[in-house]
Design a binder for this molecule. Structure first.
Ligand SMILES: [Zn+2]
Length: 444
């Protein structure tokens, strides 16, 4: 079995159960797993000297729409609130096809990898012109990132009182049939899996109550997870109260959308009772601070969620509402926002790094990821703190205060997918050029 030794790290932040931090220590990888962590380890295999580097678990991204990397900074959507922003972008997205999905996923996943991410979820909820979930799964396999794509959906178009144009919605039976197809084709429940599929109707305002309920039944039948957007902003709460006569948390609970196999994006507006509901049922939250700032949605009550025991992970959200997909910067933004809301001692650099690693892994039901300890998957980020951003730092391991914003090396399942700041599997200038060609074609 292949062995790789990461040798003499300045600091290893393990994020294990006791949050151990080791100085001058090594990590031995065998196959896809961490074999040992300690001092003076030896191998006859490959050696990576990590002197001057901080080593962390790979970061985990719990919410994204990779396809949106083709619609960054669209002028009509730059300053709009959520619903107006969506209405600007829907007609552009309706012109996407399989190549747009594949190339935008290559870009989005490469951007994540360069910022230390080893496991990403994705929420793809529109399938125009023959696009399929398969297109994004192919992009993740090429890069070598651990991937949790979700089969999203929209079924209520404008003519039925919904927000999306009719051309972007699908028939509910066709949605359920394709959910079954992609789970059967791609979902791997085993430990160390590189691909797990979830089911993810887009939001309570773009699908019917029936589809929400049927997706939950199907997910339990197949043993896969459920994901959607919930309680994102004030408009979202008002819509829920007007259409369903209740708050989003109650709506989710009635339809079977709570439990440890469910995670919701945003949850900016959860009230105390809803936080209590999520804690009791161990329903997860994907916190997306940059997107929430960008769309003026508010500050999610992450401090209260954590204090009550709600599982919280981080998400960069789609690149049409961020517009960056840098996960380590997203973690920094999460830390800063909780300090704006609750004071400077409300959230430390290390706590947010924990949310970004084991926190996200737990939200995605991946206890085999997100921490560095023997027996866990070898998903490892190596940060070079001899860079300009860390120069003069008294605590280089406080990465979110003064650390690098780009990873040096990145390993997924023991395979190196970033080497010296470059994605190993892609001809990056060529992919960027193709992405820009596709973006220009959409502007005509
Ligand atoms: Zn989203």
């Amino acid at each position: 079995m292949t062995e790789i030794l990461i040798k003499n790290a300045e600091t290893i932040l393990t994020m294990d159960d006791t949050r151990r931090e080791l100085s001058g220590a090594d990590i031995l990888i065998r196959g896809g797993q961490i074999d040992q962590i300690g001092h003076g380890l030896q191998t006859t295999g490959e050696v990576h000297v990590a002197t001057g580097c901080v080593v962390t678990p790979g970061l985990v991204n719990t919410h994204h729409h990779l396809y949106q990397s083709l619609t960054r900074a669209v002028p009509g959507g730059q300053d709009a609130l959520l619903f107006g922003w969506l209405k600007t972008l829907y007609p552009i997205w309706s012109r996407f096809g399989p190549e747009e999905m594949f190339v935008s996923a290559q870009i989005g996943l490469a951007e994540l990898a360069l910022s230390g991410c080893t496991l990403s979820s994705d929420h793809l909820y529109l399938y125009p012109n023959g696009a399929r979930l398969d297109d994004t799964i192919a992009a993740a396999a090429e890069i070598g990132m651990r991937f949790h794509p979700t089969r999203g959906a929209m079924s209520i178009g404008e003519s039925d009182g919904g927000l999306p144009p009719d051309a972007l919605v699908e028939k509910e039976q066709a949605i359920l049939d394709d959910m079954i197809r992609v789970v059967d084709a791609f979902h791997d429940p085993s430990e160390g899996a590189m691909c797990r599929v979830g089911l993810a109707p887009c939001s309570p305002f773009s699908v019917s109550r029936d589809l929400m309920r049927n997706a939950a039944i199907l997910a339990r039948d197949k043993g896969v997870m459920l994901h959607t957007h919930l309680a994102e902003n004030d408009e979202d709460i008002a819509y829920s109260q007007a259409q369903f006569g209740c708050r989003p948390g109650q709506y989710a609970e009635e339809l079977g959308w709570t439990g440890p196999d469910v995670w919701h994006a945003h949850c900016v507006k959860l009230d105390e009772a809803e936080i209590d509901l999520f804690a009791r049922t161990q329903t997860g939250v994907a916190h997306c601070p940059c997107s929430n700032c960008r769309l003026g949605s508010g500050i999610a009550p992450v401090r209260a969620m954590r204090d009550h025991g709600v599982p919280v992970g981080l998400g960069v959200d789609g690149s049409a509402s961020n517009d960056s997909g840098n996960l380590i910067l997203e973690a920094r933004q999460a830390m800063l926002l909780q300090r704006v809301a609750n004071g400077a001692d409300a959230m430390s650099s290390r706590e947010v790094l924990e949310i970004a690693t084991r926190g996200g892994a737990d939200v995605l039901n991946r206890p085999d990821c997100g921490r560095l300890e023997p027996g866990k998957r070898a998903d490892i980020a190596i940060w070079d703190t001899s860079c300009i951003e860390s120069a003069g730092s008294w605590d280089p391991a406080a990465l979110l205060l003064a650390g690098p914003v780009k990873v040096k090396h990145l390993f997924v399942e023991g395979r190196q997918i970033v080497c010296d700041g470059h994605v190993t599997s892609l001809d990056m200038p060529r992919v960027i050029e193709r992405q820009n060609q596709l973006a220009r074609a959409l502007q005509v």
